[in-house]
Design a protein around this ligand. Sequence first.
Ligand code: UDX
Length: 435
Amino acid sequence: MRISVIGCGYLGAVHAAAMTALGHEVVGVDVDAARIAALSDGRAPFYEPGLPELLAETSATGRLRFTTDLSQIAGCAVHFVCVGTPQKHNEFAADLTYVDTAFEGIAAYLAPGDVVVGKSTVPVGTAERLARGLEEVGATLVWNPEFLREGFAVQDTLHPDRLVYGLPEGEAGERGRAVLDAVYATPLAEGVPLVVTDYATAQLVKVAANSFLATKISFINAMAELCEATGADVTALADAIGHDARIGRKFLNAGLGFGGGCLPKDIRAFMARAGELGVDQALSFLREVDSINMRRRVRMVDLAREVCAGSIVGRRVAVLGAAFKPDSDDVRDSPALSVAAQMQLQGAHVIVTDPQAIENARRAWPDLVFAETAEAAAQDADVVILATEWREYRALDPVRLAGLVRSKAIVDGRNVLDPAAWRAAGWTYRALGRP
Ligand code: UDX
């Protein structure tokens, strides 16, 4: 099939390459000329494991191209809209500017019978409004939310957990379904579960899933607060409750909490939308989920202060990690950077390191000082903070690091280090929710 992908960020770039890998002919469009130049060169414009290989493989087919010229989508039968929906300034609601601009822009190049596929995360009700706008050109809108995780984006796009189609009623819906079935023929043949539903449900599925994940993380972080008050160990608690298949161990890692370009803004936009719909009470628990999450960052700074004998002013602090999670260079709402910035503002000398995200972090927080390696960051440190659980930080040798720091104090913000090994090497080991 001939497919266009509008918006080539973390979602769209991977989607465009993955659709090519599935055998389609794809044109990816973005307003960011630098991003398009990189993609046209077969280079990934951001760090995502597996994407460089997928781009190399799919670029070589001659069926994948990238452009800033929207008119190039003319002639495609299917158009995926993959633009961002960030949080509005000073408001919880989602900013739909990019979505609206994309839909306005593509309208001129659509032909009757084309299928437009919404992938962006939007407030419920948006698809219904956008579908009305497409009626004039005779195009059909399908809502097909995306569940990819950064760091696993290639795998999640080629082999998703499930596919969801939100369809309009009648013939248009049937046509939309047939087209998506053809687009996703390979994963469907592999047995990927398919849920076919209406627009409202499809839009809600995405925010409901992210709200559940956020709630699970904040639940275990609330338990971490209880653990701290009682001397209990939240990692053992998570293991123990996680053995119950109804609960499950995944997403029960207590620590610095969630960040990134999705979970925080999605739960806020969901609350804002519920308010507009007059059902704000239904989601008032998400306010608590958000508060528990944000409290972790404050607690982290307090813990660092405790190990620095009550003051971080003038202390040298090494922060290991800037990305919001490992295997990503994304620093949007990163808990690691939030902690680093708070400590810097409170008078500490903060040195941040990250295997992939330094460039993005420097752009977001130009006043922070960065080092290329954990060893360089830890040099003469009064306290080391593990803020993002990259594999190389989990594998750090406490004996070797002890020779570099001024004071052997580590705060494990992700509960991934072995306290016994660090203590045996003479370190003061502290963590969120552990004795
Ligand atoms: C999320 C959803 O998982 C994905 O399905 C959706 O499409 C987009 O949003 P992503 O933002 O890539 O994906 O990150 P995710 O892996 O969900 O992690 C989010 C945050 O939660 C990270 O900051 C991570 O460190 C944190 N987290 C995750 C925890 O603090 N504890 C956990 O147990 C799991």
